[in-house]
Ligand binder design. Sequence first.
Ligand code: NAD
Length: 274
Amino acid sequence: QNRQPGIEGKMDPAPEYIKSTYTDANKLLDKVALVTGGDSGIGRAVSVHFAREGADIAIVYFDEDIDAKETKRFIEAEGRKCLLLKGDVKKAAFCKKAVEQTVNKLGKLNILVNNAGIQVPQKNPKAIDEKQLEDTFRTNIFAYFHFANEALEYLNEGDCIINTTSVTAYRSSPNLIDYSSTKGAITSFTRSLATNLTEKKIRVNAVAPGPVWTPLIVSTFDEEKIKSFGSETAMKRAGQPSELAPAYVFLASDDASFITGQVIHVNGGEVVNG
Ligand code: NAD
């Protein structure tokens, strides 16, 4: 089974028409970005696109090393540095260490992408035990706080934070109650932190993906759900990670200099109520 859906051995998962319109313009030249969950799925596409735009990348990851090492190769092929930081974002001490190591090894920090996430589908609220509740909240929202707090020691005027939320924050998600609650929290976190940091001229925004083919989907949904995955969107398909990454590049670049506290929805036209 392909570990990274849509990626057949190289970072080229987008449909042809998207690939041909994407031009790199050194929009992030010599910036340093830390991307949590940057070894896989959306985070991997963001990391490689950022490198294409001239940034060095620190990747925080948890799983096996195979995806991280492959992502590092893609980034180095763009002529940029890649620092791999393996550890558990549920641990505040690791978040602090990861930010410090990024600055020590790559010299500074300009862009934080809070993206690592987990989801455990469940049939009803009683199916969520204390451990799952704690793991989901620690990974999907506590870690965002911890990374942001640590990053603020180093971020300066013109730097930014981008949080990955989800379409589930904006619609009913009966089988993802704890997950969608954390994603709702991220949108509020984004808005409030953005206002808090305007004086420091640090922008904070979020991207809300709709259905996207990543290992998260393959590992957490059953066969039936996977078969119909993306069919609820207006475009009647799920997206590829590389179709998400340009939104992150835009938000990270000076092109978005007047945008803060906002959520960009990249979801194939799925109806959202937010
Ligand atoms: P993915 O499984 O490919 O990536 C998740 C990443 O999070 C992995 O790199 C993993 O190493 C990391 N991670 C998980 N727990 C961790 C921990 N405790 N410590 C350190 N790293 C940890 O999945 P993805 O779909 O690319 O997910 C990325 C983000 O996008 C998540 O926040 C997810 O909720 C969000 N999202 C995904 C979809 C989708 O359809 N794929 C839709 C909406 C939102």
